[in-house]
Structure formats: C-alpha cells, structure tokens
Design a protein around this ligand. Structure first.
Ligand code: ADP
Ligand code: MG
Length: 390
C-alpha cells in the first residue's frame, strides 16, 4: 500500500475541535482538507480548504466528499457505520473502518469485546449486565448495587447515565432514559482514572502515548496530568501492554483511546474505548514529539508513525463555556491576557462562537519541569478564570 502524499486531499467526518486539530495537522504536512459536518459553526469547517455543510447521511454532501478526498477518517464517534462502508465502495481509503467503530459505538458490543480481551490483557471490565426489558430490572443481584445505568448508544461526557441504588431506582431510571437498550454496571470505588492513546498503522506498527491521569467533574474531563502521577511502574506497563493488545485485537488502523479505572486495592479495570483522538490527549499538541492528531493524519496517509515521547511534563485544563458567564449569568470575556501571563500556559481556543454551560470551548496546556509546578500554574489559571478549585 503506497502512502498518499500532498496535494492529495484528506477528509474528516465531523468538524468539532478534534476535526479542527486533524485539519491543522494535515495542513502542516501539506495536505488540503475537506470537512463534512452538519453544523454551520463548525470549528474545523472554518479552517478547512473545503467545508461541506451536510448531515452525515446526506447523499449529495457525501458524494461531494467522496469525490474530493483520497482518504477519510472520523472525529465524531457516531458517524453511521454504513457511511464508512459506502466511502470505501467509492474508492476512498478509510481509517478506522466501520467494524471497530461500530463496536465503540455500542456499549454492549464494546463491553463484550473488552471482556473477551481480558484473557489476553489480564484486565477485566466492571461487572455488568444488559437491560432491554422491564423484567431485566427486577432480577439484578443485590451485590451489583450501587450501579450505573448507561444507554448502549450515544452516551458521552456522562450523558445517558444514571446512578441507582436498588431495583426500584433502576426501574425508574430506565424509564427516564426512555427504556432504550442499556447496560447496568456495578459502581466501583475508583482511586483514580487514566487513559492511554495508541495509534496503529496499516502495516501493524503500533505507537502509544504516555498515559494520562484524568480528573472529571460532572462527567466531563476537567484535568489530565502526564505522566500519570499515581500509577506504579507495574500498572503503567500493564496498561501499555493491554492497550497495544486491544488495538491489535480490534484490527484497528488509526488513533484509539482506551480508558481505565484504578481501584483502591490497585486493581485495573478497562472502561471504554473511543475510536478517535481523545480530549485526554490534547496535551500532546504541546507536550509530545508528535501530537495525537498528526498521528491520525499519518495513519490515514499510510505514513510511518511519529515518535510519541513526552518532551515535558504537562497538565491540561479543559475550558468549558461556564467561564464566559458571571455569577449573575451575564456574559463576560475571560481574562486571556492574565492567563497568558503565566509562562507555562499554552492556550487553545476552538473558535466556537457561542459559549454554553458545559460546552468544551478550549483548553490550556501547562508545561513545566515537573507536574507539581504545572499543577500549581493550572490552579492559578483556574483562580483567574473563576473555575472552582475543588
Ligand atoms: P462516557 O462515554 O460518558 O465517557 P464513561 O463510561 O466513561 O462514559 O463514564 C463517565 C465517567 O463516569 C467515568 O469517567 C467515571 O468517572 C464514571 N464511571 C463510569 N463507569 C463507572 C463505574 N462502573 N464505576 C464508577 N465510576 C464510573
Ligand atoms: Mg468515558
């Protein structure tokens, strides 16, 4: 398989911030980029050489996309799998392909796949069961509670999830979630959470980024710290090996994120996979030799993978739309000048025109000689921006 060189066009389905960074990375390597996204205010659409504003199932838009690009990837997790298959029929090189993407799009298939991998990785999923009928809510063993009910499809940033303490709450929660197919997962006592981002090339070469330790608030990523300060060397090696096994077992070409939980007694649990670059890998834009987005471009263009070494310890702070609003809910402009007076801060804003509560608007990477110092700079920025410290 030959590589694609510029001026061949690369395409990206989905035009959010992930698509924007994909586009920038492709453009840095000399490729023109075509973005397809339904949203007029698409962060990637604004910078791409060509922006097709269309729904993912719009035939006219897709035909134009297929005519433009020699190769295409996705940034939006829920691009219908059949769209990827259709692009392949049009002779567009697609990575990742629909089969692994559809596993990641369905929590039931995803958990089954990850449990299956446990034979090889030695890392289990949380105990879980399927909820598809009202009677499923009644027959749950008491040791499963407290538990988290998660919709099988379309959940992200903690959406489509409810914590339940017993059967009655479960029944109510399932009704609230619209009685769609769900999985019920035992709620574990997490000591901390980590993620590993890995890339695999068409020739089976694999490269993995340093593991990030992640703190969430209200189900949304708040901070990523790299290298992960709480992991033992042994846990780190186990996760790196498991992640490489998972990407190979999936026969996946592209960039993949695998999320893990670490329990109080040190047990590792594999949580979920994301078939694309991940928010917890945004630090790589400034901290690593190759960013996760350049790696995505390389996998798509059938180029060798870039080296993933961490150049400096880093803390990434997510910026949500909340900081554009004061206590009286009046719109304000965050004090970027003050933030940028912190020497370790690399500010990234995604160019979204409408700040909304909980909407991801940007992030800041703090690069320092050690994570303590990066973290104290992150806290300083949180004070400046009015983000609660705890
Ligand atoms: P999403 O697709 O929204 O990221 P996740 O399954 O990753 O869904 O859940 C979001 C967050 O909820 C996790 O990062 C973790 O903090 C918490 N969580 C999810 N599952 C469990 C569990 N089984 N036990 C404890 N906490 C969990
Ligand atoms: Mg998650």
């Amino acid at each position: 398989m030959n590589p694609f060189f510029p001026p061949s066009w690369l395409g990206i389905l989905g035009g959010g911030q992930l698509g924007r960074y994909f586009s920038q990375a492709a453009q840095d390597l000399g490729y023109p980029v075509c973005v397809l996204d339904p949203d007029e205010d698409s962060p990637a659409g604004k910078i791409a050489q060509k922006f097709i504003r269309a729904d993912y199932l719009n035939e006219v838009g897709l035909a134009e996309f297929a005519k433009t690009c020699v190769a295409a990837s996705t940034e939006f997790e829920n691009v219908p799998a059949k769209v990827l298959d259709w692009l392949i029929e049009q002779n567009v090189y697609v990575a990742p392909i629909s089969q692994p993407v559809s596993i990641a799009q369905n929590r039931t298939a995803e958990k089954a796949f990850l449990s299956n991998c446990a034979n090889k990785t030695g890392i289990q999923t949380a105990p879980y069961c399927l909820i598809t009928r009202p009677e499923d809510c009644k027959s749950i063993a008491t040791e499963m509670f407290p538990a988290i009910l998660k919709t099988t499809r379309l959940g992200y940033d903690g959406k489509g999830q409810k914590t339940v303490k017993g059967s009655q709450e479960l029944e109510n929660a399932w009704v609230e979630l619209g009685q769609v197919e769900c999985i019920l997962e035992k709620k574990l006592n997490l000591a901390f959470e980590v993620s590993a981002i890995v890339a695999r090339a068409f020739d089976n070469e694999v490269a993995i980024f340093p593991i990030a330790q992640n703190e969430h608030r209200n189900g949304i990523l708040h901070l990523s710290i790299v290298p992960a300060p709480s992991l033992t060397e042994e846990q780190k090696n186990e996760i790196l090996e498991a992640t490489k096994i998972i990407i190979r077992e999936l026969d996946y070409v592209g960039v993949l994120c695998v999320e893990y939980f670490v329990l109080g007694d040190g047990t590792l649990i594999v949580n979920e996979i994301a078939p694309r670059p991940h928010n917890s890998g945004h630090h790589t834009l400034d901290s690593c030799f190759t960013s996760q987005f350049e790696q995505q471009v390389r996998t798509l263009a059938r180029l060798p993978l870039g080296k993933t070494d961490l150049i400096q310890p880093v803390v990434m702070l997510n910026l949500l739309g909340d900081i554009w609003f004061d206590k009286n809910n009046q719109m304000i402009q965050p004090a970027w000048d003050k933030v940028l007076s912190i020497p370790s801060a690399k500010l990234h804003l995604y160019g979204k025109t409408e700040p909304k509560l909980a909407r991801k608007m940007g992030h800041i990477n703090f690069l320092a000689d050690n994570i303590e110092s990066a973290k104290s700079d992150a806290i300083l920025a949180m004070e400046i921006l009015g983000i609660p410290i705890e």
